[in-house]
Design a protein around this ligand. Sequence first.
Ligand code: GLU
Length: 611
Amino acid sequence: MAFGRTSRLSAVIAAATLAGTALLSPAGEADAAGTGSGKDAQRKDAVATGFGGAVTTVDADATAAGLEMLRRGGTAADAAVAAAAALGVTEPFSAGIGGGGFFVHYDASSGDVSTIDGRESAPAAATPELFVDPETGQPLPFDEARVSGLSVGVPGTLATWDEALGRWGRYSLRHTLRPAIRLASRGFVVDETFRSQVEGNQDIFADFPASAELFLPGGELPEVGSRLRNRDLARTYRQIARQGTGAFYGGDIGADVAATVQEPPVADDADRVVRAGSMTEADLAGYEAIEREPTQTQYHGLEVFGMGPPSSGGSTVGEALNILENADLSAADEASSLHHFLEASALAFADRNRYVGDSDFVDVPLAELLSQGFADERFCQIDPEQAAPKPVGPGDPDGDYAPCGDVAAVGGAGEEGMSTTHLTTADRWGNVVAYTLTIEQTGGSGITVPGRGFLLNNELTDFNFAPTQGEAPDPNLPGPNKRPRSSISPTIVLDDGEPFLALGSPGGSTIITTVLQTLLNRLDLGMDLPEAVAAPRASQRNTPAVTAEPAFIDSSAGAELEAMGHDFEAMPDIGAVTGLEFLGHGLVQAVAEPQRRGGGSAAVLVPVGRR
Ligand code: GLU
C-alpha cells in the first residue's frame, strides 16, 4: 500500500482504541428517523471513521438522510440521492431540482467508474448572443443576466437522480425522497450559513413574491435557530415520488418551470429589469442526463477519475497532475511544492479556457490535454525559482510534443459563481459516489417557481457572454441545447483498482484548484485527509494575482511565494471539501470541511469502537 495507508489504518484504529468513544460520530449515531424532527441541526462532525458505508455533506440533516438509506440496505447511489434531495431543502441556495450537477460512481462489482452529466442545457432557442443586450450590442451586466429567465438552464438534477438510481440504486425515487419530504414538511433548524445566504440575496428575493414567501418569513431574514418548513417543496417531491420524473420533464411541474422562465413572476412594485427566457415545455421534455466517459489520469501510479466535458474539472485537475508528475513534490520544500502547484494550475487553466466547452458542440482535444506528452511540454514553462507573469498562454495540444515547445500568446481567466455543494457516499459493498450539484450563484437566479418550493438556477451565466479568445474560436459561447462549461470536479482515486480517495468541493472555478490542492496535500505533502481538507488554500486560475485565504498568505510559505513573484489577493474562504478515504479492510474515513461555510457533516454507518 502506498501513501502511508497501512500506517494510517493502524493509527486510526489505535486512536480509536485509546480514545474509547472519541471517534464515535454523533452524526453517525444520529437516529435518522429524527431527521428534521427536532434534532439540533448545528450538531456536526467533520470526521467520522468506521465500517459499513459513509456519507459526508455540508449539512447534518442531509448526511442523516443519506445514512438512513445506508441503514436500510441502500447503496451509495441511494444515499447520494437521499442526501441531495435533503440538501434541496436545507441548502436550497446551492442545490435542488431547479439546478444541475455531475455524478461520479465507482461500481465495486465491475471495478468501473462511470459519470453522469446532469448539467443544465440552454433552451433550443438560445443563440450565441444570449447575454448580449439587443439595444446596445454589449454584454449584459452580470447581475442583470443572473436575475432573469435568460440565465435559467433546463434543470438536470432530477434526471441525474433517476439515472443514478436506475443504474446503481436498490431503492426508487419514491423511497429516496422520503427523508427529504419529512424534512421539508416538518421543517429544519435555520443556521447561520442559511441566514447569511438569505441576507446576501435579500434584495433579489424581496422582488419575487414566491421567493420572499419561502425565505423571508414576514418579510424578514429567518432567525438562526428558528424552524423553516417548505411545504411547497414537500408537495412537489411527493408528486415526483408518485408520478416519477415525467411530472417534471413534460408534466405540470415542468410546465410551471417553463412559464416561470418565460414570464418571471416579479413583484409589481419591483424596479428591477427582469428579462424573460425562452425555455419551453418541449425543452424540458427533451432533457437527458448523459452518461460520459470519465477522465482518467495516472498520478504516482494511482488512477484519478474525474468529470469530462462539459465540465472542465477532470481535464484541468488531470492536466495539472500530469504536469506535476514531472516535479518530485514530496521531496521538495513546502514553498517549492506550492509554487509548482500554482504554476501548474495557471498553465492548466490557460488550456481549459482556450479548449474546453461542451464536447457535443465543440471539438475538445481531451485526449491530448490529458496526455503526458502535452503535460511534459507544459512543465517546461515552469521556472522553479520564479512565478511567470500571468496570464500565461495556452499550449498547443497537437500530438507533436517537444519539451519546452513554443506557446501561443493569449490566455485569460474564467470565473464562475462561488456556490454549489459536494457530497460523497460509500456503501457496505464498496460502491462509491462523488456528486457535486449546483444552482450556480448562491441563490441561483433568485426566482422561485411559484407554489413549487424550489429556486431556478442561473447556470447559463457560466457561458462566456462574448468571445474571449481573440481570433481563436471560443469554446464556451451559448448555443441551442448546449451545456455551459463547468468547473465541477467530483473525483475518485483508485489504487490498484480499489477506491482510495473520493472528494469534491463547491467554489466555482476555485473548485478545480481546491480539489487539486487537497489531492497534493494528501498525496505529496504528508497530510492525512482531515488535514488536507482543512489546510489554508490558494487558487491560481491564470490571473495576475493568486486568490488565497488569509492564513495561506500569512504563512511562512506564503511569504516565500511572494518573494518568488506571486502576488496575492485575499478571499476569506475557498471551497468546502467533503471526501472519503478508504483505509483498507472496509474501514472508511469520512471527512467534511471543519470550518468554512459553517462546516460540514461526516458520518459512517458503524463507527470504529462500536464493533
Ligand atoms: N456553476 C459553477 C460550475 O458549474 C459552480 C458554481 C459554484 O461552485 O459555485 O462550475
